[in-house]
Design a protein around this ligand. Sequence first.
Ligand code: BGC
Length: 768
Amino acid sequence: MIYYNVEKNEDGIFLIEEHYNPKFLLKTETVFSQCNGYFGIRASYDSKVINENRGMFVAGLYNKAYENEVMELVNCPDIVEVQLIFNDEKFSIDTSELLEYKRALNVLTGELTIHLVCRLKNGLDVKIYSSRFASYHDRHLFCQNVKITPLNRDGELTIVSGINGQITNSGVSQFKQIGSRVYDKKYMSMMAYLTKDKLSMMNTCVMNPNYEKSPDFVLKRRSIYAKYKLSVKKNQEVSFTKYNYIKNSQEINSLNEEDKKRVLDTCIEKGYDVLLKEHRDVLINMWKYAKIDIKGTSLEEETAICFAQYHLFGMMPYEDMKLSVAAKGLTGEGYKGHVFWDTEIFILPFFLYTFPQKARHLLEFRYHGLAGARAKAIDYGYEGAMFPWEVARDGDEQTPLYAALNIHTGKANKVWSGIKEHHVTADIVYAMWKYYTYTNDERFMLDYGYQVIFEAAIFWYSRASYNEEKKQYEILDIIGPDEYTEHIDNNAYTNYMAYFCVKVAKKLANELKIKNLAVFEEMNRNLQLEIRLKQWNDFLDKIYLPIPNQDNIIPQDDTFLSKKVLDNIDYYKQCDEKQAILLDYSRDEVVDMQVLKQADVVMLLNLFPHLFSNEVIKENVIFYENRTIHDSSLSYCAHVQALANIGETDKAFKFFKKALEIDMNDNPSDSTDGIHSASLGGIWSSVILGFAGVSHGQNYIEISPKLPSNWEAMSFYMNIKGVYVKISISKEKIILECERQLDSAVNIKIYDKEYKLQDTLIHEVYTK
Ligand code: BGC
């Protein structure tokens, strides 16, 4: 069940929290965050409350506080807090009587609003209405407005707000030095220094009705504030607006203090509403192509889908090609802001089909990380590029070696995924291949793609072991996507993905030799491609690829099917607490059971839907789902897609409902340290790749919808070869309409019919 209420009107689609609920404090801070791809700010209240966890995260701003730590996304100084003091009583939601309350996120515009009517201990009733947004028009800008109205008497109001550099990452202070100052009795500025980077923040506040006297400024350790004291009349509204400008070290030098002041002055001239409109216009343009219209769906589902897309927009680093998307986006400290396979497999498809340039950008990031991937391969005794399991800004491995302490033994559990989970190196190649075959972007391949793909294939060849007895290559001692199964041999997902990677590399190398001999020869000199091609041929001939057994089950690995089954798995499936099984069993015991944390073979069926028959797919999804706890948020959406692809839409829809709720369910402990980026990408994929049946191969795009029974029709846009194409699916027709004529016709498959699309295409009768 979605915890929040939903509402739709001409201003947008809203997620609403109708009552103050301290239990949901941290979750709602995450879920309602304002993110514009450059920075993200958690939706904390303007005034502090007990147990809050304020957070601002700037894309790419990582730091390593101590030598034995890994890089983490820095929790930056807070710019949101506004202290309100009425006749010497400091306002806080914790200590006032709440007469009215409503906190709402407009998922179409990203604006957050908080409406409060409170009775203070001193008897004053006051209305406080605040709103804020992270601008898409100028991604360095964060605007906040607070309107304060005393309702039952006149009084003295003090407003204090500025920049608070005392924020830490869960107690770890990242900034080694902070310098603050005031310019022109108007602008507050803070420069915060990390080990390598810097962050510059400047803000200014405006009072309305015009408050002539300039504020008093207060400089405290690592913080700076403006303080306004004013007399307010009963029912007189005071409006306080704060404009914040944020820049990281790469950009600071391009803007001096005078420039920043000018930017802020322009903001003052325009005012909150005009700036909001400018921001909204950019988003509206993005929604024009991103919004999915579904007839027959509930408002809750529609809101949850838009919510997923709102956050997908917010996590994309639009300007910096050397950044990617973190597992928690820019909404929390979870996973220390690291990037996982989540990006290529779960998040990228949305960008690929809707904004292909952005997908390119995410893939470029991996090219820039090649040095780290090569270093990791060498460290582990392999060749080529072995991409790290977790990365931050550069490509070096950032997976912590140890996880949290076991509170009973005081010993830390080793994190094996950084050491043994290798499939990410094939996942990246899969994503690059998908990008290339969808866009034909040869420039991307020449600049980035070939290099990454060839080096990844070199890694896989060196990673495999040749089993003399069986005359086959095997991949031993590995972890597949299911992280409850460690140190196993021949994980089906990994073996197939490695096979795919090497197959693609071989094909591309052979084609390159014909298409562009000069480039081939240069790469051959650096990577010995001719020798590699021979190795790859051998690998492709002899790699062991598990096939369905006599019961139609594809073994997840060599030993999985011989392990014992956990009888009471349903208890853990239904448990509110994630990973509760690890409280009852040691990790080694779990590894020895047929228990999955998340989709594994099911992921394989998803990425290669034509590898096995529908019957095999169905039986495997059922078999493995019975053994899956879904302790990872990546799991439900994978099941939706696999089932939708074979037309099992009712079963798929049950998992879809669960996927929609991952960040918005009524479990207060979910999402507290950040949203689940991959799952949000998975929601989009469930709708478009699953129910709408969109996929593509080399030289064709397929649209074979399998709509859930309650969906009467749906429409959405795809960017095909630079042209936006509207796809409308109903029970009678599938219509493709190009915004402008395509330069050359594109092959389209709809079920088993083949078409050429250049302008408009109509497929009559939606039945299989
Ligand atoms: C999952 C991984 C995932 C990571 C980040 C883990 O719990 O098992 O598959 O990449 O979370 O989302």
